[in-house]
Design a protein around this ligand. Structure first.
Ligand code: SF4
Length: 394
């Protein structure tokens, strides 16, 4: 029979979170992380994705108001992780690269439009399997997970004087498809940008196994220098968030000025997760944008584009309905769909963050000054971008 890899599965994990009989589960990688923590020669570097903070303590019996980002950091430290960083940092970096790429595509016409976001491996895999002719429309920017891993094993390792071979790069993701993404050869710029991917569920299981009492933890800051994330980074975890974050920075890159941080709210989620369209005018140029989540909705959108019924400049796609907040690696709450309220938690974190723009993230700025030079530079291409080659991707 066919293995799941050969069956055209996107690995989004929605079947796991929505299985009425609880019969499905994802591969468990917790042992690999426990082993890395135990090994005194290994330096464990963990990144935690934006959407994880909306659900990390759900299964731990922790009161909602105590389940803060900073207690999530303390929880990872309580497991024995050496460095705990924020994937929001890499989301901001993705925006710098992706917004620059979008402007180049539109002004220079050097690559086809619409440009599609490429941070969701469920979507990228679905497209490569079902619509391979559109692969050149994918942004060449790697996902925040893979960018983070590449930066951790180069810039961070160099800065701290750590041999990159000793680093175990671990990510905590709301996603089962990220376990697949970290093994895709063309998405790795170092030997292995990310060594192990844990879902939010596995992270909770590890905390339970170690008897970590989430409510009793003291609030702890993310480590530096890859620990600062803007509000634009945190909304990556909700449908429409990548688009909104990219528009905030594209506006700055085009005009030299910030728009109001809420100026592009029109691209935020539709309650029914259908296709959301918006026209945005920057400097007299109108940009046609579309946001979609859920692969059935995505299929309808792609068919509209292919038949000429719809035409856009920039399209955000997330495989899971509601985006990563409702991801296939999030805690399972039988019979209730929590992606909307989890997404709202992320928008609330954005609105109270003093930093609302990716291009203002001081750690991202330092990374460019000290190491990468500029968005789309030669070095940025080497570490942060890919080329989607036509090949069998099972
Ligand atoms: Fe993973 Fe998010 Fe894509 Fe779902 S929407 S497959 S959680 S990246």
């Amino acid at each position: 029979g066919l293995g799941i890899s050969e069956a055209g599965c996107a690995f989004c994990g929605q079947c796991i979170t929505h299985c009425p009989t609880g019969a499905l589960s994802a591969r468990d990688d917790t042992d690999r992380v426990f082993d890395a923590i135990e090994d005194s020669e290994t330096v464990t570097v963990m990144q935690i994705a934006p959407a994880v903070r909306s659900a990390w303590a759900d299964a731990l019996g922790c009161a909602d108001e105590l389940a803060t980002e900073k207690r999530m950091v303390a929880a990872a430290k309580a497991l024995g992780i050496d460095y705990v960083f924020d994937t929001n940092f890499a989301a901001d970096l993705t925006i710098m690269e992706e917004a620059s790429e979008l402007i180049k595509r539109i002004t220079k016409g050097n690559a086809p439009t619409p440009m599609f976001t490429s941070c969701c491996p469920g979507w990228v895999r679905y497209m490569r399997l079902s619509y391979p002719e559109l692969a050149c429309n994918l942004s060449s920017a790697k996902s925040p997970q893979q960018m983070f891993g590449a930066v951790a094993k180069t810039y961070f390792a160099e800065k701290m004087g750590i041999d990159p071979k000793k680093i175990c790069s671990i990510s905590v993701m709301p996603c089962s498809s990220k376990k697949y993404e970290c093994d895709v050869p063309e998405l790795n710029s170092t030997d292995k940008d990310v060594d192990v991917v844990l879902t939010t569920r596995e992270f909770s299981r590890m905390l339970k196994a170690n008897h970590v009492n989430a409510e009793a933890l003291s609030e702890t800051e993310f480590d530096s220098p890859l620990g600062t994330g803007s509000g634009a980074g945190v909304i990556f975890g909700a449908t429409g968030g990548v688009m909104e974050a990219a528009l905030r920075t594209a506006h700055y890159l085009i005009t030299g000025k910030n728009a109001d941080a809420d100026a592009f709210k029109t691209v935020r989620r539709a309650d029914d997760y259908g296709i959301r369209e918006a026209e945005v005018t920057i400097n007299g140029k109108t940009l046609r944008a579309a946001v979609v989540s859920g692969l059935a909705n995505t299929k309808a959108l792609l068919d509209n584009i292919k038949s000429g019924r719809a035409s856009y400049d920039f399209v955000e796609v997330m495989a899971c309905p509601g985006g990563c907040a409702g991801g296939g690696g999030q805690p399972i709450t039988d019979g209730v769909e929590l992606s909307l309220c989890r997404g709202e938690k992320l928008y609330a974190l954005d609105s109270k963050n003093a930093l609302r723009f990716s291009h203002e993230n001081p750690d991202v700025k330092a990374l460019y000054t000290e190491f990468l030079e500029a968005p789309l530079s030669h070095k940025a291409h080497e570490l942060l971008h890919t080329t989607y080659v036509k090949r069998s991707i099972n």
